[in-house]
Design a protein around this ligand. Sequence first.
Ligand code: SF4
Length: 384
Amino acid sequence: MRHVYLHVPFCQRRCSYCDFSIAVRKRIPAREYVEAVLGELAAVRAADPGREPGDCGGESLETIYLGGGTPSLLPPEAISALLTSLFDVFRATSSRDALEVTLEANPEDVTLDHATAWRHAGINRVSLGAQCFDDRVLKWMHRSHDASRIGDAVQTLRATGFDNISLDLIFALPSELERDWARDLDIAGDLLPAHLSLYGLTVEERTPLARWVSRGATSAADDERYAEEYLLAHMRLAPYGYHFYEVSNAARDGRRSRHNSAYWSGRAYLGLGPAAHSFDGRVRRWNRSAWESYRRAVSAGLLAVEVEETLTEEQRELESLYLALRTDAGVPLAALCRPLPPCAALWVERGWAEVREQRLTCTPEGWLRLDALIRDLTSVGRAS
Ligand code: SF4
């Protein structure tokens, strides 16, 4: 395992669109959380004594990602305790600079003291949940920060030595919010973070947003506006030097997320914490999602795994095709039918895909149709 994900489930409130596995808490049970995660790590090691999680086949641990939830709500000492244990178990103490260690943070948690302590703990990349630069819209989202905190957070992070900063933004918001997407893209571009992640708003069941939609108080953006805003992001961010290396992710100067890139290239990873997923290249496991249930399992010395599935050869092929087409690496032509399947030739003709260096890659228009393209390609595979 060269990639470790830690799910920190705590948030102080639930955002209007969020269906993630979180535990809303006024007081963050940091000590209990650290104990639980380290207990799970011990249980994982005990379950497979022949293969330590730190056994990376002679290669080093590459990435740790603290995601959530809101990991920045953990006190810095708790983050430091977790990372110290992980560095130790994964024998990463001598090569920390080579690691990518990401912390997801809400802008309001970024203070000079916190950022300094995060750096000392070993964090070297921060992903900020910015979402939007309009206070009215942030309020509608139930976010706890205002727009000015985002720029302040970026400055504070830079002042404490962070140069690898990512911002998350959400697009395709309901039209009545009159959110100015072009303006937000320009503000994000002017801040020049190394990385941007852009997500289209989706209406998930059992969220405040789903309730508003069901009673007709709001409605999701239609496909046309979704596509317009997605393509606008590609156009507007290019002059700032951003390159989309994945459907939803753009980086400057090659500063891709190494952790997420590992997911997209089908590499193995270990997930710790409630709802965390793990994958060893063949078997995927995911943990109990409710915090209390997870905590009870690990404090009883058990693994917290709720579901385990073994991927068939066919599922693995389909998944790797899908993941590869999500990225700018695309798929090697050699992996497709020869000559180029007629559907793929049609996409090239329509500008949805291109062939570069013997690989088929999607254009932004193609990424908007990714599911349909995969369906086309796999039905060719089945027919041949
Ligand atoms: S901060 Fe993130 S995880 Fe927490 S409720 Fe909001 S969107 Fe969900």
